[in-house]
Write a protein that binds this ligand. Structure first.
Ligand code: XBP
Ligand code: MG
Length: 262
């Protein structure tokens, strides 16, 4: 039985990382730093969860004197605040639509009285900007719990943000489903004990998603039906609540029989 759906944000609810990348580069310009994160560089940097941590990792790899590195490290919080301001302004114009099937599944869950939660590495301001833009002010209130950003020390792939979401929901992991787009996110959700659906984005496609309970190109809806192979695996043209419940129940039965095996 599923009592809550817990969604990652970036790459899962919407394909936002190109906008993050642009916001980082605009912020670097504002600080007169001659840094530009190209798409190939950003794909690599995305392996580091968290924008501040990503900037720090980038600084660590720069060939500059130690004193200059120390000066740059001091600037990271201010650079990241500027980046977040720029990102929320960019998101406000609707450039990052919700991915196919997200709105549909959120509505189905609400209709069925299933709780909704967020477990994201990004900041609360960024989550607000995206959800408000696409779901309106009431959109934020659809979510019982928004666990995000610096509410936890250890970011994904550590399970902390999912454990925070679960404890705030007051639900056990085996009654919840996680939705992710990245290997870091999948590892975090699985380490928290969640049945996890992965819908890789353009930035995370090709990752090792072997431990996912279900991997789909997107959740799907009448305008964007799943490809035949995935539709057959799911038991319908998109991942509806009924299909999800059936897949989750089968996985729970398997794990019970696995544990019972001598
Ligand atoms: C993805 C991340 C975030 C974003 C940038 O978060 O790792 O760091 O790339 O946002 P999610 P910040 O867990 O939602 O996939 O600069 O606010 O960190
Ligand atoms: Mg993500």
């Amino acid at each position: 039985m599923i009592l809550a759906l817990i969604f990652d944000v970036d790459g899962t609810l919407a394909d936002t990382e190109e906008t993050h990348r642009q916001a980082f580069n605009y912020a670097f310009l504002r600080f007169e730093l001659k840094w530009e994160w190209t798409k190939p560089m950003y794909r690599e940097l995305l392996k580091i969860s968290g924008g501040k941590e990503r900037i720090e990792c980038f600084i660590g790899a720069l060939s500059v004197p130690l004193a200059e590195k120390a000066r740059l490290y001091q600037l990271v919080p201010a650079i990241h605040r500027t980046k977040t301001q720029l990102y929320t302004e960019l998101i406000a114009d609707g450039r990052c639509p919700l991915r196919p099937g997200v709105s549909r599944l959120l509505a189905e869950a609400q209709e069925a009285g299933i709780l909704l939660a967020i477990a994201s590495t990004t900041t609360a301001a960024n989550v607000d900007a995206l959800l408000t833009r696409h779901l309106g002010r009431s959109g934020l209130r659809q979510f019982h719990t928004i666990a995000c950003g610096d509410l936890v020390q250890q970011k994904k792939p550590a399970p902390d943000i999912y454990q925070l979401a679960l404890s705030t929901l007051g639900l056990p992991a085996d009654r919840c489903v996680g939705f992710e787009d990245s290997v870091n996110g999948l590892r975090a959700a699985k380490a928290a004990g969640l049945f996890t659906v992965v819908t890789p984005s353009q930035w995370t496609a090709g990752g090792d998603f072997a431990e996912a309970d279900l991997e789909l190109p997107y959740l799907g809806d009448p305008e964007h039906p799943l490809p035949p192979t995935q539709a057959a695996a799911v038991g319908g043209p998109w991942l509806g609540l009924a299909q999800l419940k059936s897949l989750h129940a089968a996985a729970m039965r398997d794990s019970v029989s696995e544990r019972a095996r001598p």
